[in-house]
Design a protein around this ligand. Structure first.
Ligand SMILES: NC(=O)c1ccc[n+]([C@@H]2O[C@H](COP(=O)([O-])OP(=O)(O)OC[C@H]3O[C@@H](n4cnc5c(N)ncnc54)[C@H](OP(=O)(O)O)[C@@H]3O)[C@@H](O)[C@H]2O)c1
Length: 362
């Protein structure tokens, strides 16, 4: 069901938790001038609380701090803080050491929470929502509210950034042919580690073949995301994923090389065709941040590439390329997505816009 968007002049008041961090800064950039959402409250650590945003943040985006946001005073992340009084949505870019309890407190206080942290991703009543992949997982929200005693609040998480790109890239294949097994090797940008992240001594002229916890996240989250909701219970997809994750000397955007065993055999041409004809789900839903296409196929022999493709669809589109037969499984291909836009803040924004359209923000 498609609901009316908030009328002009009646934007929904929102807050950003972890507003000073890498993901938080991206939220501030993407929420600037948003047609439905008005940023009125910012939260971060006690180190930042009490300062104006421009004094608290070590701004690292390539555009200036939005002028209307610079003078906002950062608060501690407490739902009873006065700045959060009329807030109906919070976007969370909180450090995972603190996100879990803080996000629960906001949900309990009637706030819809859209989280980027890992803390609640594996809860049995919390969706890992990616609208082009599994928007039916929203069906769990009434059960979550009931089980946790939330009235108007709830918690929705994003996937880990590398999992998001992979899930959007493989969804057309999963829907049409079914997927049994994926071997994936990632080349992940340094912004995925937050700021300051890795030292220059570690990452310049180098590749680090280890990202703590990342491989298990890709292997676990993709099963939940590609699964179904049956009688208010998540049923994991029967797909085997083996991930090998590497940090490379790239600023933004994760590149992933996949070898895929399909449930029903298909040629490379058939796979390309199913990607090219996959519907533009977020645009069809009328979400204001939606790109023209959630996933595109790039036919060039040497694409996607981070520098060339990170801003396709303003960073909301996942690009697939190099689709070809595989000597071991069925299909090989390369998937690329912007880790802090579609893989983090932008993904949360689409989730919140979807919840507005579905009349879940009350
Ligand atoms: N970077 C990515 O590409 C990416 C992608 C997907 C998901 N994520 C996840 O998103 C979350 C944020 O990542 P990030 O890279 O943005 O991290 P980050 O740059 O380190 O930012 C962390 C934020 O948490 C705040 N914080 C720290 N301690 C706090 C406390 N005690 N109470 C309240 N707030 C506190 C920080 O505020 P101060 O500035 O005041 O310290 C800062 O705003 C993490 O859970 C991460 O795993 C990141």
């Amino acid at each position: 069901m498609r609901m009316a968007a908030p009328a002009p002049g009646q934007k929904i008041k929102v807050g950003v938790l972890g507003a000073t961090g890498s993901v938080g800064q991206r939220f501030m950039q993407l929420l600037n001038g948003h047609p439905w959402f008005d940023v009125v409250a910012l939260g971060a650590s006690p180190r930042s609380a009490g300062k104006t945003y421009e004094d608290a943040v070590n701004w690292k985006q390539s555009v200036p701090i939005p002028p209307a946001m610079a003078p906002l005073v950062v608060s501690e992340c407490k739902p009873d803080a006065p700045v959060f009084k009329d807030v109906k949505i919070v976007f969370s870019g909180l450090d995972a050491n603190f996100a879990g309890e803080v996000e629960e407190a906001f949900a309990k206080a009637d706030v819809a929470v859209f989280s980027n942290a890992k803390n609640h991703r594996y809860d049995s009543d919390v969706p890992i929502l990616i609208p082009p992949v599994n928007l039916d997982h929203l069906d769990i929200i009434p059960a979550q509210r009931k089980a946790r005693g939330y009235d108007k609040g709830f918690i929705i998480t994003n996937a880990n950034c590398s999992t998001t790109a992979m899930a959007i890239g493989i969804k057309p294949l999963a829907a049409k042919f079914g997927i049994e097994t994926i071997m994936v090797t990632t080349m992940q940008a340094i912004s995925g580690a937050g700021y300051p992240g890795l030292s220059g001594m570690d990452v310049l002229d180098n590749v680090v073949p280890y990202i703590g916890g990342e491989e298990v996240k890709m292997e676990t989250e993709s099963r939940k995301i590609l699964g179904t909701v049956q009688n208010s219970v998540f049923v994991d997809a029967d797909v085997n994923v083996a991930a090998m994750c590497n940090r490379v000397n790239v600023l933004d955007g994760h590149l992933e090389c996949l070898s895929i065993k399909l449930a029903n055999k298909a040629t490379a041409e058939e796979v390309i065709d199913c990607i090219k004809t996959y519907p533009s789900i977020t645009k069809d839903l009328g979400l204001p941040s939606a790109p023209d296409h959630d996933v595109v196929y790039n036919p060039s022999h040497d694409r996607p590439q981070p520098r060339m493709d990170r801003m396709v669809g303003d960073g909301y589109t996942v690009t697939v390329g190099r689709v070809r037969d595989c000597n071991v499984f069925d299909i090989r291909m390369v998937v690329f997505g912007h880790n802090t836009i579609v893989g983090a803040a932008g993904g949360s924004l689409l989730n919140a816009e979807l919840c507005v359209v579905r009349d879940l923000i009350n």
